[in-house]
Design a protein around this ligand. Structure first.
Ligand SMILES: Cc1cc2nc3c(=O)[nH]c(=O)nc-3n(C[C@H](O)[C@H](O)[C@H](O)COP(=O)(O)O)c2cc1C
Length: 518
């Protein structure tokens, strides 16, 4: 039975009448299982700032009863709360205003494709265009999201409580989703209804412990509501019936006011002749939320719990922006790391970094840099270098105690997990008869070697590996060549200690002030 406007008429306590879910038919056939029903609230007016939304909904849907969940499109909440910004009607000017409003509502750019921005807005919601919307409003205004959708939901709920109706309220907004085509409605505000059920730690029918399962009931309800609302139908409010066990007690409401806890289920049940515009749902019981441990107490009292904390978000930045940030920060991530965890360095990663380093610029189109990865001769090399260093300090007149102290401080390479020694080979050098040009040519190849070493350090940092470029081999090239059995014209450019950093370096700010103008 229904009213002439297609709204189910009020039966006893507002329950849907003949032949609806959970009730025996007049023919006495066995009862079909109780399910969830999604009912549209039709006949609502076009809302303007200051309008009484609760009164309008209550008048349009006198059948709303205890245990119902109201699914209210945020656009009408924005309208009654005056969240409408006057807009020029000229399309370009209107678009410019829309973009300015998006920037105003934005706290963080998450992704950008062309002119479309996905942003985190001041509510913490990540959405296209920050929720700023020029649709379903007059051509001379633009809607922004309610200031506090949880508070809006709470006010609406309180208004219904004042009218003797114990309902939950969800404020919905339409969003696109990564990886999925099409938009769907989600909950951006809630009051009096559980929006996130936490099943972690519970055991499924097969005995498997559920490790990560949290069900976004608020979003599921919002999306279900959209089935009967629809942007173009001008039906901004729907009612979910049959989920009374999801409701939190209204302050002061007796527990008996709750719709009896018939197990909710989820099916789409297309409208029959006697249910003109609602979708009933049924089929499989999903949960009765009757056990205390079904619901994490933190997950009640608003829709903010549906927002994944930024630090837990694997996709907190869009692909293009991530790449751009990674490029910008790559050089700044390189720090001299002198303490390592000792965890093994993946040989493939180290080799890749060396290959990257060898793309550094070099004079005359030459390939003058080689990196010697010291494994087998590591101890012999470090001992021989230390002996040479001690001999140098002794020849400077240092006493043995002071030498021991000084060399004890210079043990970075011993602490490194791997050691790579960069060399410039003699290949490709031009030969000059005079000392000035010979020196210049030598400097040119030395700086090219430095460029390659820096490239290696940056590549390592980008892989999360730490490095320390240590000068020592420059001071004992003959010893190094001898221990490693290398040609006489290979010149070591220090040594690079490599390993997983004991503490993760963060990118530092660029060092400004180095530009000298002439
Ligand atoms: C050619 C060269 C030789 C270096 N030699 C040593 C060294 O022998 N011992 C050391 O602890 N650091 C050495 N460093 C690292 C510098 O001390 C380091 O770059 C400086 O402290 C700045 O720190 P940062 O690399 O984190 O910016 C060397 C750096 C370069 C470029």
């Amino acid at each position: 039975m229904s009213g002439s406007d297609g709204v189910p008429t009020a039966g006893t306590a507002g329950e849907p009448t003949a032949g609806t879910a959970g009730e025996p038919t007049s023919a006495g056939l066995s009862a079909e299982p109780a399910g969830v029903r999604i009912l549209p609230v039709t006949g609502l007016p076009e809302f303007r700032p200051g309008d009484d939304l609760a009164a309008a909904i209550a008048a349009a849907a006198p059948w709303i009863t205890d245990g119902d969940v109201l699914l209210v499109t945020s656009k009408v909440v924005s309208k009654v709360e005056g969240r409408l910004v006057p807009s020029p009607t000229d399309p370009d000017e209107r678009d410019a205003l829309r973009r300015a409003l998006i920037d105003e509502e934005t706290v963080r750019l998450v992704a950008q494709v062309g002119r479309t921005k996905i942003v985190e807005n001041r509510l913490g919601i990540v959405a296209a265009a920050a929720g700023v919307d020029a649709s379903n409003v007059h051509a001379d205004e633009i809607a922004v999201l309610p200031t506090d959708p949880d508070a809006s939901a709470a006010r609406l709920r309180a208004e219904f409580a004042r009218r003797g109706r114990d309902v939950g309220v969800i404020v919905t907004d339409t969003q696109g989703r990564a990886w999925r085509m099409g938009v769907t409605d989600v909950a951006i505000g809630a009051a009096g209804v559980v929006v996130l059920a936490d099943h972690r730690g519970t055991v499924d029918a097969f005995g498997n412990e559920l490790v990560v399962t949290q069900v976004a009931i608020g979003d599921e309800l919002a999306a279900a509501g959209d089935l009967v609302k629809g942007k173009l139908d001008a039906v901004p409010v729907a009612v979910a019936r049959g989920l009374g066990t999801l409701l939190e007690p209204s302050p002061g409401a007796p527990p008996s006011a709750r719709t009896p806890g018939a197990p909710p289920s989820a099916r789409i049940n297309f409208p029959g002749a006697h249910e003109p515009a609602g979708f009933g749902t049924e089929v499989t019981q999903v949960d009765d939320f009757s056990r205390a441990d079904d619901v994490d107490p933190r997950h009640q009292g608003g829709a903010k719990v549906l927002i994944r904390p930024r630090e837990e978000d694997l996709f907190r930045l869009g692909t293009d922006l991530s790449i751009a940030q990674g490029r910008r920060e790559a050089v700044l991530l390189r720090r001299t790391v002198r303490e390592f965890t000792g965890d093994p360095v993946d040989p493939a990663v180290l080799t890749r970094c060396v290959d990257i380093a060898r793309t550094a610029p070099a004079p005359h189109h030459t390939d003058p840099v080689r990196f010697v990865w010291v494994r087998e001769h590591r101890s012999a090399l470090l001992e021989a270098m230390q002996a040479e260093w001690e001999a140098d300090l002794a020849s400077d007149g240092w006493p043995a105690g002071r030498i021991a102290k000084r060399t004890a401080r210079g043990q970075v390479l011993r602490a490194a997990t791997e050691i790579v020694i960069p060399f410039i080979t003699g290949d490709g050098r031009h030969h000059y008869p005079d000392e000035r040009r010979r020196l210049a040519e030598h400097t040119m190849f030395t700086v090219a070697g430095g460029a390659a070493v820096q490239a290696l350090l940056v590549a390592l940092a980008a892989e999360g590996l730490g490095s320390a470029w240590i000068s020592s081999t420059i001071f004992c090239p003959t010893v190094v060549r001898s221990v490693l059995d290398l040609p006489a014209d290979w010149e070591p450019l220090g040594a690079v200690g490599i390993g997983h950093p004991a503490t993760t370096p963060t990118p530092r700010p660029p060092a400004t002030g180095g530009v000298v103008m002439r």
